[in-house]
Design a protein around this ligand. Structure first.
Ligand code: PLP
Length: 416
């Protein structure tokens, strides 16, 4: 069959546009109930924020939890509260969304990047070890696209060197590593509830930690007066009347939406896995397509992002042309958005104007420094994270379109 790009009929009669999230009547009722009561801000530990924090505390092995304005705020709170400070270095994945490490800039600590593992794209424990210096204080990891990092090895490295570990769980709500839910393994965790995530608030995030004093420091960074007075039980309570400078309180409407989607999350995870397992079954039968791996002992939970790796055979056609051919078939596919961070201007420019009077603490990098992360990124293609039963036929159509493009690779090569 002729490719749509070459004038044939597209596999999907209408271009498929992946839509997430789907709001339910329960989300709307929860928001309307707050609007009816004019419940539009919280100063203490109360209302929908408190309910949300309780739900996540139960999931995360009883950890102290704090609902915040965003995942970025949660990462900033984690770094600040654990002691990322000027002169300190924190080891971070280069292969992640920028917010995993950019809040370090606001603490004065230096992000030190590490390479990725070939199969999962997650931070490579061997690269973490190689990056440790006498200034290293901590490690942040992202459970990329829902796949848990190698936490056994990472926690061992942290213990050997006296480092703390922050888990960025923004892609991996409900994922488990050796039976433990991610976010309950490291010293602290940050979760984004931005609206593309499985558990969504619109904008929102959550901080979690097992350490009382770390929790209280995070409270003081983003809260003052009532909430800080309720939560600060150590000597830090002296500062409850002022806090330490920011307002990171989650909006009640966002908390209500996040609370309802947290109630739904286990069912949504089950549905997403059913759709994506079928997608994997179909795509893995096509030569040269490497479907996402899941290592033994791991569960991908929210599975934020389905990234296909393309073989050399496929990549004999340039990626932009493959994307055009698949899009012409009606597919919503694209190159993953986040290039490895060591290739971005923040890490490659000679100077970066973050501060007016001094250079931002920073290591500089160049293309080629982290070859595995670069390879993983350059060979990856993003597909939708199908979830709902009514998307089952679309999953079949996507696989049909990949089969069609594969059988026509030669004609795409001839275009060049
Ligand atoms: C891995 C990761 N970390 C952090 C964030 C930041 O979350 P937010 O957008 O809620 O600030 C995101 C979100 O998009 C993310 O994908």
């Amino acid at each position: 069959m002729k490719l749509a790009l070459h004038g044939g009929s597209p596999t999907l009669p209408e271009t498929h546009e992946f839509v997430w999230p789907r709001l339910t009547a329960r989300h709307k009722d929860a928001v309307n109930a707050l609007l009816d009561r004019t419940e539009l801000s919280y100063y203490g530990r109360e209302g929908e924020s408190e309910v949300l924090e309780g739900m996540w505390s139960r999931r995360l092995d009883g950890r102290h939890t704090l609902a915040l304005t965003s995942g970025t705020a949660a990462l900033h709170s984690a770094f600040y509260a654990l002691g990322a400070e000027p002169g300190a270095e924190v080891i971070c994945p280069t292969n992640t969304f920028l917010a995993t490490l950019m809040p370090l800039v606001q603490t004065g600590a230096t992000p030190v990047l590490a390479d990725a593992e070939e199969d999962t794209g997650n931070i490579d424990p061997a690269s973490i070890r190689a990056a440790i210096t006498e200034r290293t204080v901590g490690i942040v990891v992202t459970h990329l696209w829902g796949h848990p990092c190698e936490m056994g090895e990472i926690m061992k490295i942290a213990e050997q060197h006296g480092l703390w570990v922050v888990e960025d769980c923004s892609h991996a709500h409900g994922a488990t590593y050796e039976g433990r839910e991610v976010g309950s393994i490291g010293d602290a965790a940050a979760i984004s509830f931005q609206s593309a995530k499985l558990v969504f608030a619109g904008q929102g995030g959550l901080f979690a930690t097992r350490d009382r004093e770390v929790f209280e420091r995070a409270v003081l960074l983003g809260h003052f007066r009532v909430r800080a007075q309720q939560d600060c039980t150590t000597d830090l309570s002296r500062y409850a009347s002022t806090g330490f400078g920011l307002n990171y309180r989650m909006h009640p409407l966002a908390a209500a939406i996040a609370r309802v989607s947290t109630e739904d999350m286990d069912e949504l995870i089950t549905q997403r896995h059913a759709r994506l397992s079928r997608l994997t079954e179909r795509l893995s039968a096509i030569p040269g397509l490497k479907t996402p791996v899941t290592r033994p002992g791991c569960h991908r939970g929210a599975y934020y992002g389905y990234k296909l790796r393309l073989s050399e055979e496929w990549l004999s056609v340039p990626m932009p042309q493959l994307v055009s051919a698949l899009q012409a078939e009606g597919l919503d596919v694209h190159k993953p958005g986040s290039a490895p961070l060591h290739t971005t201007a923040f890490f490659t420019d000679e100077t970066v104007p973050v501060f007016q009077s001094h250079e931002v603490p920073r290591r500089r990098y160049k293309q080629g420094d982290f070859p595995t992360a670069e390879r993983v990124w350059s060979q990856s293609l993003s597909l939708p994270t199908f979830t709902f039963p009514d998307e089952a036929p679309v999953v079949e159509a996507y696989a049909d379109a990949f089969e069609k493009v594969y059988t026509n690779l030669t004609s795409l090569k001839d275009d060049q």
